[in-house]
Design a protein around this ligand. Structure first.
Ligand code: OAD
Length: 253
């Protein structure tokens, strides 16, 4: 995208934001890429490019290789803990402070949105801040150091409180996110390939309801399954602060 075209897209996104009273932001791994967290399907370190790992990212595979699985998730939890929210996370938190109705729906489990100050957050795929027991379902803070994956209460197998392949999303999360997407004025879809269902149903619900949908992604023109109103082909950390800045400056003029 040339600088002129990128500038025009940022301007269009800023106009949509300035006119909105109700905003939904839907995020994926790309929003944390500039914090040094690998995405799932893009870049040299893409998590799912390692077939071995993909094997235990489901409950059956996890139980089969609990120590490998636990240490892989523990490493991801450590990377997330040591990472810092970037300019995109901060810009999204700023949008929440500025508009009267705001919902952030994230597929990320790294906790960076909350650390940047976002409050109304639906963590669709759970979080690496917590562990829970397969056997007694007790939740606990992620243990540090992680040690053995053994529940302190019942001796059962510990796992991260994240959604694995073949599992249901947290109860009520999809319904709340879809309702917000249908009711908003504008939905920003940031840093996601939007290939994973049912999560991708959320931006699609906004598209189908005729809402303004802004896709922010350096590699994609839009989502594969529907119309995007505005496509901003840039890195989230570079683009979103500019969108926010222009939206509120315009308002003051
Ligand atoms: P993906 O890895 O599928 O997509 C990340 C997207 O971010 C890609 O389209 C990149 O082009 C884009 N991207 C990279 N750097 C960016 C940047 N600086 N700014 C903006 N965009 C950037 O990750 P997700 O869409 O999050 O689920 O994947 C969805 C789900 O698939 C994950 O939550 C995970 C995975 O299986 C579970 O683990 C349940």
């Amino acid at each position: 995208m040339s600088d002129d075209i990128l500038g025009a897209a940022i301007d269009a996104a800023a106009r949509a934001l300035a006119a909105a009273t109700s905003v939904v932001v839907f995020t994926g791994a790309g929003v944390s890429a500039e914090s040094g967290i690998p995405t799932f399907r893009s870049g040299a370190n893409a998590l799912w490019s390692n077939a071995d790992i993909a094997q235990f990212a489901n409950p059956t595979g996890y139980r089969r290789r609990p120590h490998d699985a636990w240490s892989w998730y523990a490493k991801r939890a450590q990377v997330a803990r040591e990472a810092q929210p970037n300019a995109a996370h901060h810009a999204i938190a700023e949008i929440e402070r500025r508009v009267s109705s705001f919902v952030l729906v994230t597929q990320n489990v790294d906790g960076l949105h909350r650390r940047a100050g976002s409050a109304n957050v639906i963590e669709l795929h759970g979080t690496l801040r917590r562990a829970r027991c397969f056997a007694c379902s007790r939740y606990s803070e992620w243990p540090e150091p992680p040690g053995e994956p053994t529940c302190g209460d019942c001796g059962g197998l510990l796992r991260p409180d994240v959604v694995m392949f073949e599992e249901m999303l947290p109860e009520g999360a999809m319904e709340a996110a879809i309702d917000a997407a249908r009711a908003c004025d504008v939905l920003f879809s940031v840093g996601t390939s939007a290939l994973v269902w049912p999560a991708a149903e959320i931006p699609r619900a906004a598209v189908n309801a005729g809402k303004t949908v802004v896709v922010v992604n350096p590699d994609l023109e839009g989502h594969p399954w529907g119309r995007t109103t505005i496509s901003v082909r840039g890195a989230a950390g570079a683009v979103l602060p500019r969108v926010v800045e222009r939206a509120w400056n315009r308002e003051q003029r």
